[in-house]
Design a protein around this ligand. Structure first.
Ligand SMILES: [Fe+2]
Length: 348
């Protein structure tokens, strides 16, 4: 199985994984053969790309960081939490349950490096983004060897990080033209609005709501709302800032195109120490794959290869297989290939 962006889909390709709506309804089932109509519907609903099964990838298993069942259930719950802030008791329970399940699945996963590509549609962007930030935060928390109780709190903060946006009009949030100074300020107020809301109604620990408050602070002190710097920013705030940025970069929105994972990781490396905490960037790079399993790469020697395994010690040099000859190369350990570099990621 491999990930192919919608614009590169062709009639006759076979779907490798089902596509679900926010409600968990199957929009297109695994094994369906794509037609022109299906492809244009996928473009219309804003899906970035899908997994397909073909001769070069049929034996490659792409493991998601959390199961489809948990993803569907969690998105439903997040939608209800973000849309129905009135039943506080119920929503607190939901947040705690999702955070626990995410942590449980990540701790029990044998994969050290994760493939963080997921199938999103325009209408569920807010909810999938919050789920992804929760999942990535849990991955970083596990990488930092935090105690399970702390990982749970961190995940909860990731899930709730943008809840302040429910108090801002959709018109302003979804505006695609240049924002006025006032509108910009209004949008920036979401971290404080979310913090106050959670602090008032939720019985979750201080560290979680402070993480929500500080998720737009920057390591160099140029963030908001308080311009805190370095370790003045809580660990949860610094982690959520990093995870939030990564998921935004790899997501297509009405105004931005999606970066591929390797580009997003390069951006994070470029802003190491400015926006992001270098210690956390180091953990992130060991956990999130820049070339997810199933990516098709072009090497400097002209070969076309597919990624079959990632290596946490050197994530930018994965184990790959030539798509024609099926020969396997380990770009980290194979000495004969030390002059060969990755020059392009194909089809994305
Ligand atoms: Fe935010």
């Amino acid at each position: 199985m491999r990930y192919v962006p919608v614009l590169c889909l062709k009639e006759g390709m076979k779907l490798g994984k089902s596509i679900y709506s926010t409600e968990g309804v199957v929009l297109l089932a695994e094994d369906v053969v794509l037609t022109e109509e299906y492809i244009s519907s996928l473009v219309k609903i804003g899906v970035n790309g899908v997994y397909i099964d073909d001769s070069i990838s049929s034996d490659i298993e792409v493991k998601n960081v959390i199961s489809d069942e948990l993803r569907i259930q969690a998105i439903k719950s997040i939608k209800s939490i973000y849309n129905n802030s009135s039943n506080i008791g119920r929503t607190i329970n939901m947040v705690e349950n999702i955070a626990k399940s995410i942590m449980f699945e990540i701790l029990n996963s044998k994969n050290i490096m994760i493939n963080m590509i997921d199938i999103k549609t325009f209408d569920d962007y807010m909810y999938t983004h919050c789920l992804n930030v929760g999942v990535l935060a849990a991955v970083v928390g596990v990488g930092l060897n935090l105690e399970t109780k702390r990982i749970e709190k961190l995940t909860a903060a990731g899930l709730l990080h943008d809840i302040g946006k429910v108090f801002i009009s959709k018109e302003v949030l979804n505006k695609t033209e240049n924002l006025t100074k006032e509108e910009e300020k209004l949008i920036q107020s979401h971290s404080e609005l979310g913090y106050k809301y959670i602090k008032q109604y939720y019985t979750i620990p201080v560290t979680s709501y402070v993480g929500v408050l500080q998720h737009h602070e920057r390591f160099d002190g140029k963030g908001y709302p308080d311009g805190k710097k370095g370790e003045e920013i809580s660990k949860f705030g610094r982690i959520i800032c990093l995870c939030d940025a990564y998921d935004k970069l790899v997501t297509k929105t009405a105004t931005t195109k999606a970066c591929i994972p390797s580009e997003a990781i390069e951006y994070i490396m470029a802003n190491n120490g400015q926006i992001f905490d270098p210690k956390l960037v180091k953990i992130f790079l060991r956990r999130v794959a820049p070339y997810p399993v199933g990516s098709i790469l072009k090497l400097s020697n002209g070969e076309r290869v597919i990624v079959i395994e990632n290596n946490e010690e050197c994530s930018i040099r994965p184990k790959v297989r030539n798509v024609e000859t099926k020969e396997i190369y380990d770009l980290t350990y194979d000495w004969n290939l030390r002059n060969v570099t990755i020059v392009a990621v194909e089809d994305i």
